[in-house]
Design a protein around this ligand. Structure first.
Ligand code: ATP
Ligand code: MG
Ligand code: MG
Length: 568
């Protein structure tokens, strides 16, 4: 069993259950459907869904879709796909836009209480009035409108009487607050834009902070977990929750209840944790979008992208990502995680679970001259050296093989343990061969001729004879030609995101991050479903491409090399 997770948030959850503050835990994962999820989101997903799972609670997937201009159903679909792929299922699928009527009624209540007002300042003036960290803000000249006038104007905003940007609804809090988020923040803005979920029903849209806080309250979220940059927003979050008091005002929930939603309103608590930062990559949605649009990568699901769609296509397993989020843990300390930690988790998972196969990535022909031309054999190979329960498969063997070009050297560098002219090497699972002849076309070596020592074959009298190296091979008559995509890190430097010396992340793209070659794989590697993962012995971990692989035309992506080649 996995060791019990124990971070400061889980401690709070345990205490709240022990003290009886909550009978059950309710969390949520609240993405904005304005882009694809990335590895950072996996940390939040594993936390939100993981806590609900561990404590017998519930976790909702809520689309915080309050900004119609930037949102798209394509993202909504991909996000659901990603959450499920990571191994989680939501209790309820919700949208902030499901709650638009509640938000609206809540704001009428704030107006009636004297806690909100309609402001006619332009966006530019609002900024100028807001002040700065060192300078108090100034109150809007519209701040002291009567409740009646505010209500009338807010209703007319909703009715569509005013153009975009003409007015906003603002909270009346404190223009002198040391926390700028409390300087009369906007609650609603006018935007005559159709919404992916509500169509043309609305021309005013709630601001994120209010919608998020009330969304949590509506769903009865007990622990609202978010990243540290929202710490300064917590006073506003609490202000919205407390001033509206949905739990104490069922009439505000009535529109939802009328549509069949249960009234689960309660007071949520926001708790912040540090976001995931990983070196060697760029995570901002804006930059990922630019990379896609400018053709620096082949799309959102390019196997080099840090999106969950990209990481999945590359071939990492959801278990590896969960292992990674466990390993980095949860705290309030900002840190930068080394990319090798992620690769290490992917390797660890695939080492334990991926069957072994033989594949030759850069093929060189090898003829075993002392076998008859019609020699055809199948050899049994274990699928995993450390796990007999994974069984065996048959590997065809004949006189004609492919070996890896780099496993032969005419002029061997010091310490070279593989094949050299006149030298011996063990063919994995076969026996010892001696290289007798090197065939060229022009300068290029096109074939090696070798003899197999039959006594060194399994069961033979000299099976224990030692040679220095072992190399892998595939049968050239039966192996399947495969497209092999050799992926590597997308950036060459640990901090591609730091704009310095007039350079940006664009200047640090690794030109060798994608190399496509034609190789050969044993038949048992080709006859598989997309997304099947293997260790190609001595080469690395590979996955059949989610979209392009077919048994008759195999396509494999390198997920990760066998060993870390980046660390010094
Ligand atoms: P944007 O700033 O473009 O809106 P976002 O990264 O905030 O993007 P959301 O869709 O709002 O994306 O994020 C959903 C949830 O994922 C939020 O709770 C957010 O705090 C969390 N999250 C986003 N990035 C990270 C990260 N790098 N590490 C941990 N959690 C993250
Ligand atoms: Mg966001
Ligand atoms: Mg962000």
């Amino acid at each position: 069993a996995a060791p019990e997770r124990n971070d400061f948030i889980r401690q709070i959850v345990r205490e709240d259950l022990a003290s009886g503050k909550h009978g059950a835990i309710q969390t949520r994962f609240p993405p904005e459907p304005n882009g694809y999820l990335h590895i950072g989101h996996a940390k939040a997903i594993c936390l939100d869904f993981g806590i609900a799972q561990e404590f017998g609670g519930r976790c909702n997937l809520r689309f915080d879709d309050t900004n119609p201009a930037r949102e798209d159903p394509e993202y909504v679909r991909a996000i659901q796909d990603d959450v499920r792929w990571l191994g989680f299922e939501w209790s309820e699928l919700r949208h902030a836009s499901d709650y638009f009527e509640v938000y609206y009624l809540a704001c009428e209540k704030l107006i009636a209480q004297g806690d909100a007002f309609v402001c006619d300042l332009s966006a530019e003036d609002v900024r100028a009035y807001r002040g700065s960290l060192t300078e108090a803000g100034r109150e809007s000249p519209w701040r002291n409108r009567s409740v009646e006038e505010n209500l009338d104007l807010f209703r007319r905003m909703r009715a569509g009487e005013f153009p975009d940007g003409a007015r906003t609804l603002r909270a009346k809090i404190d223009m002198a607050s040391g926390n700028i988020n409390l300087r009369d923040p906007a609650l609603y803005r006018i935007k005559h834009t159709p919404h992916q979920n509500t169509g043309n029903a609305w021309c005013i849209y709630p601001m994120y902070d209010m919608a998020h806080a009330l969304g949590d309250a509506i769903e009865g979220i007990t622990h609202s977990l978010c990243t540290l940059e929202f710490e300064d927003h917590r006073p506003l979050y609490d202000w919205c929750v407390d001033k509206v008091d949905l739990a104490g005002h069922p009439e505000l929930m009535a529109p939802l209840v009328a549509r069949g939603f249960p009234n689960t309103a309660a007071k949520p608590r926001q708790i912040e944790f540090s976001r995931l930062n990983l070196n060697y990559l760029v995570m901002s949605k804006r930059k990922l979008l630019a990379m896609v649009n400018d053709g620096l990568v082949d799309g959102w699901d390019d196997p080099r992208m840090p999106t969950l769609q990209g990481i999945r296509r590359r071939g990492a397993t959801p278990a590896a990502l969960r292992l990674f989020t466990d390993r980095i843990g949860i705290s309030k300390q900002n840190s930068l995680i080394d990319y090798s930690v992620l690769e290490g988790c992917i390797r660890e998972d695939l080492d334990a679970h991926a069957p072994r196969r033989l594949a030759v990535i850069d093929p060189l022909r090898l003829v075993l001259t002392n076998l008859p031309d019609d020699h055809a054999e199948t050899l049994d190979f274990p699928n995993h050296p450390k796990d007999a329960s994974m069984g065996q498969r048959s590997v065809p063997f004949s006189r004609l093989l492919w070996i890896e070009r780099e496993d032969f050297a005419e002029v061997p560098p010091k310490g070279f343990k593989r094949l050299v002219p006149g030298g011996e090497v063990r063919l994995r699972g076969v026996g010892i061969i001696r290289c007798e002849e090197v065939i060229r076309e022009g300068e290029r070596i096109v074939e090696l001729r070798a003899t197999l020592d039959p006594d060194t074959r399994p069961g033979g009298s000299a099976v224990d004879r030692k040679v220095k190296g072992t190399i892998h091979w595939v049968c050239a008559r039966r192996a399947i030609a495969a497209e092999i995509r050799l992926y590597d890190r997308l950036f060459t430097v640990p901090d591609p995101d730091v704009d310095a010396d007039g350079k940006t992340y664009r200047d640090f793209i690794n030109p060798d991050s994608r190399r496509v070659v034609q190789g050969y794989v044993e038949p048992a590697a080709a006859e598989v479903e997309p997304e099947t993962r293997f260790q190609f012995e001595r080469s690395g971990y590979f996955a059949a491409d989610r979209y392009d692989h077919a048994p008759a035309r195999p396509v494999f992506n390198r997920v990760v090399t066998l060993r870390d080649t980046w660390s010094a």
